[in-house]
Design a protein around this ligand. Structure first.
Ligand code: CA
Length: 235
């Protein structure tokens, strides 16, 4: 038990390769996480329902039902709907990543990954939830020189008020509120215009380009994730 009485988070690994499980388990336990493992999607779903871990590390390539189906079922079940999910994916499977994010996975990491990279990702996802719980529905978002006033519908860069369209404002506040997290173009469209409006996902690219221009030097905070979508990153 670490000296600081921080909450011990529990992590469920759903993965079929014994070597990877072993390495993950060793490193997670060394970092004071409580670890459970499952070798198949079915077993993983059952363990998730029974133990309700704080976070699930979900391999996408599993025998039987695959990781995407596991993710779908986790999100469908009210008991497991809010569990954090980080997908473990192979290089070149961006299409699966897009589906996984659309199904509600919180993040993904591409194999092979370093232990430090994985630990950083896990901490970031857990931290985001704690923030979410702390912040609730606040009116003011601040990141770097950027301040977003949700009540006034106004964004400022240092002292300069940005001239944004309604869509640009919605997109920016959505990304900033969930900074660090990757979203697909469809998810961003839903956030900005709602699911019922018919526009193509490429419209998001146009909004992003306009936003970046208006943000000037700070525009590179909106990061393009190749083959997947966009993420806001603090510089
Ligand atoms: Ca696998």
């Amino acid at each position: 038990m670490p000296a600081t009485m921080a909450k011990t988070h529990s992590i469920l690994i759903i993965e079929d390769e014994p070597d990877i499980i072993e390495v993950l388990k060793y490193n997670l336990e060394k970092n004071h996480y409580k670890v459970a493992t499952a070798n198949t999607g079915e077993e993983g779903l059952q363990t998730a329902r029974e133990t309700l871990p704080d976070l699930v590390l979900l391999d996408l390539m599993l025998p039987g039902i695959d990781g995407l189906e596991v993710c779908r079922r986790l999100r469908e079940d009210p008991r497991t709907r809010d569990l954090l999910v980080i997908m473990l994916t192979a290089k070149g499977t961006e299409a699966d990543v897009v589906v996984g994010l659309t199904l509600g996975a919180d993040d993904y990491i591409v194999k092979p990954f370093s232990t430090s990279e994985l630990m950083a990702r896990i901490k970031a996802v857990l931290r985001r939830v704690e923030h979410r719980e702390d912040e609730g529905e606040q009116d003011l978002l601040k990141t770097g020189p950027l301040t977003i006033d949700l009540r006034k519908h106004q964004a400022r860069l240092s002292d300069v008020v940005l001239e944004l369209t309604l869509s640009e404002f919605k997109l920016l506040s959505f990304l900033v509120r969930k900074k660090g997290r990757v979203f697909t173009r469809d998810q961003l469209l839903d956030a900005v215009v709602g699911p019922d409006v018919f526009v193509t996902a490429r419209n998001i690219d146009v909004h992003v380009a306009a936003l970046r221009k208006k943000l000037g030097k700070y525009g590179n905070c909106i990061v393009t994730v190749r083959g997947v979508g966009y993420r806001f990153e603090e510089t």
